[in-house]
Structure formats: structure tokens, C-alpha cells
Design a binder for this molecule. Structure first.
Ligand code: URA
Length: 237
């Protein structure tokens, strides 16, 4: 059994908030009777009409995008900037699983499957995410050690699963550091390096769980395979 407004929103008919408005204003019926109470629960067998339109369970879609720079990964943006969902050709109401900053590039999943999105974003599931950060100076061996043992951000330690210095350019005084973390706090990678005195000039996410960018170019996307979706659902356990 699920809440009526959730079922309506997941069908793609409208947002959850709009569904609540429609329910409260008596525009929704379940099995022929108007239901105006928001907490009402329905099952898959119930016949739901919204403004006389039947609500069908929407097919789930899953995309893997190589996010370019200069795109927000929220569904709404107060500054009307280009949105990540504008890059995908679908009539479904999809949203990104987690966020990448406006200037961060790389791998991100978009879906209309709220259950999977919640599983993957839940801190207890420890989904690994790998980033490559270009720093504004070469990282010292001492800071590499500190980074590996974890740094406190807002009193909570972020301990990377892996840290690897991939490239050091002593002439330009820059380096590339590959870092794998399981957490999803906002701007976490930039904040980790900033706490050690480095600025992240470029950031790209190269891996999400077992998924990699492979040959997806910037702005390109592909659908996840059924096997990949099943494997992502294994995080539910
Ligand atoms: N950490 C960041 O700092 N930015 C991102 O976009 C993702 C992780």
C-alpha cells in the first residue's frame, strides 16, 4: 500500500505537491469515490482517476549521463540555468540520483524510480563514488597521509576508501588525485581538499558503484541495462 499522492506523482501525472492539491480539492477518486484525505493509502489494484484521467503505473527508466560543465543537477533552478534533465530526451519525469556541482563533470544516474534513488542515496548503503580532482598545487606526501586517514568536515570525518595521486606536474605545480568516497555530502570532495589548503580546479566523477563512463562523451548518455539495474538494487539488502 502506498500513499495516494505518491502513486499519482510516480505515474508522471504531476508533482507530489500538485497531487496533494488535487486530492485536497476533490479532483481525485479511488474506485469511484472521491478521496480528499491526503494520507489515504492505495494498492496496485485500485482504480485511480485524477481529473477524470486514469492513473497508470509509469514504466521505469534509467539513464547514465556524462554530465558536462555548466549544467545544474537539480530539477528546478532559481537562476534558470541549463538543467541536467534537459539533456535527456524523455517524456518521463526523471531526476538525478544525488548531485554534481554546476562545474563538476562526469557520471550521474537519472531515473523516475524513486525507490532505487532512495536506496542509492541512503548513507547506510555506502555506494562508492570515484572522482578525479585537479588541484591548484602538488599535494605533499604529508597531506596525502592526512587525506588517507580522513579529514573532519563539520565535525564528521570523511575517510576515503582509496586515494591515488595519478599525475604530478611540478612545472605547472598541479596534480590529479583520484579519490573514492562513499558519502554524498554537498561539495564534499572540494571541501576535503580545501580543508587541507588545496583548491579543486577541475572535478570529474569517473565511477559510480560498478558503473564507469567508458566511452560516453561529455553530454552523452545511455540507458542502464536490466542487469545493471538489478545489480544496483542489490544495495537494498
Ligand atoms: N564533491 C564535490 O565537491 N562536488 C561534486 O560535484 C561532487 C562531490
Amino acid at each position: 500500500m502506498e500513499r495516494l499522492q505518491k502513486v499519482i506523482a510516480e505515474s508522471g501525472y504531476c508533482s507530489r505537491r500538485k497531487a496533494e492539491e488535487l486530492i485536497s480539492s476533490g479532483k481525485v477518486s479511488v474506485n469511484g469515490s472521491i478521496v480528499s484525505e491526503l494520507g489515504t493509502k492505495v494498492s496496485g489494484d485500485d482504480i485511480i482517476l485524477v481529473e477524470n484521467n486514469p492513473i497508470k503505473k509509469e514504466d521505469k527508466v534509467y539513464y547514465l549521463l556524462n554530465k558536462p560543465r555548466g549544467v545544474v543537477s537539480t530539477v528546478d533552478d532559481e537562476f534558470d540555468r541549463k538543467k541536467i534533465t534537459d539533456l535527456i530526451d524523455t517524456d518521463k519525469r526523471i531526476y538525478p540520483v544525488g548531485r554534481l556541482d554546476y562545474d563538476t563533470t562526469g557520471i550521474i544516474i537519472l531515473t523516475n524510480d524513486g525507490e532505487l534513488a532512495n536506496i542509492l542515496m541512503h548513507p547506510s548503503k555506502s555506494v562508492e563514488k570515484t572522482y578525479v580532482a585537479k588541484l591548484n598545487k602538488v599535494i605533499t606526501p604529508k597531506d596525502q597521509m592526512i587525506l588517507k586517514s580522513g579529514v573532519k568536515i563539520d565535525d564528521v570525518k570523511c575517510i576515503p576508501t582509496r586515494v591515488k595521486v595519478k599525475n604530478v606536474d611540478t612545472k605547472k605545480d598541479t596534480c590529479l588525485v583520484e579519490i573514492t568516497i562513499v558519502e554524498g555530502r554537498n561539495h564534499i570532495v572540494k571541501r576535503v581538499f580545501e580543508s587541507l589548503g588545496y583548491l579543486v580546479d577541475k572535478l570529474t566523477r569517473t565511477e559510480y558503484a560498478f558503473l564507469r563512463l567508458d566511452n560516453l562523451k561529455s553530454g552523452e548518455y545511455r540507458e542502464l541495462t536490466t542487469k545493471e539495474v538489478k545489480k544496483l538494487y542489490e544495495y537494498k539488502r
